[in-house]
Design a protein around this ligand. Structure first.
Ligand code: AKG
Ligand code: FE2
Length: 194
């Protein structure tokens, strides 16, 4: 399996571009698109209410809610194919995840703004595994204290990105909008809520 390691200043990324082979990735994409109870939340940014520019769902091994951008999400219990994906990434990452936030980007207008996954409940140095299915989207990173320091990757169908070490403490990431006419993408970010 191809493995790319990126040691950025205060961030460690490990990327497996073909973690799932194409047939398996196709099967997971179809399953998730159809079976996940996708929800469309509203977020509050500087006091104004907006539709979140993507659909989401939360799964966990416990019943601990997860809060970000003024949203509190309550988890479903891991089951079926999602549990298989979780087990496979736990084996390679040597981590045990409690929680998975799923994102469905319906087209190029859907996006995920600059943020770090650094909520208190994720601990001091959150370790995150991010699985992508569907169309390739650009994943951009920038240092929190120096926005000119940047990095980017294309997150392709069936890929796995591990964001390790101090990544969330020192860097932000985003999925920018694109003007291209593109199809759906599903992303799963596995996290550990202590
Ligand atoms: O869609 C992605 O690749 C990133 C998702 C993300 O950053 C998040 O859900 O926190
Ligand atoms: Fe994130």
């Amino acid at each position: 399996m191809n493995k790319e390691v990126y040691n950025l200043p205060d961030a460690q990324l490990v990327f497996y571009p073909n973690f799932f082979e194409t047939n398996e990735a196709n099967k997971f994409f179809k399953y998730l698109e159809k079976n996940i109870p996708w929800q469309h939340d509203q977020i509050k940014v500087f006091g104004k209410i907006y539709d979140q520019p993507r659909l989401t769902a939360l799964y966990a091994t416990n019943n601990k809610p997860y809060s970000y951008s003024n949203i509190t999400m309550y988890p479903h219990v891991f089951e079926g194919e999602l549990l298989k994906i979780k087990e496979k990434i736990e084996k390679v990452s040597q981590l045990e995840f409690t929680t998975c936030l799923l994102n469905l980007y319906r087209n190029g207008k859907d996006s995920n703004g600059w943020h770090a996954d650094d909520e208190k409940e994720l601990g001091k140095f959150p370790q995150i595994a991010s699985v992508s299915f569907g169309v390739t989207r650009k994943f951009k990173m920038r240092r929190k204290d120096h926005h000119k320091e940047k990095f980017e990757l294309n997150l392709s169908h069936g890929s796995l990105l591990l964001m390790l070490g101090k990544t969330q403490a020192f860097w932000q990431h985003q999925i920018p909008k694109t003007k291209k006419e593109i199809n759906e993408r599903i992303n799963l970010t596995f996290r550990i809520i202590e």
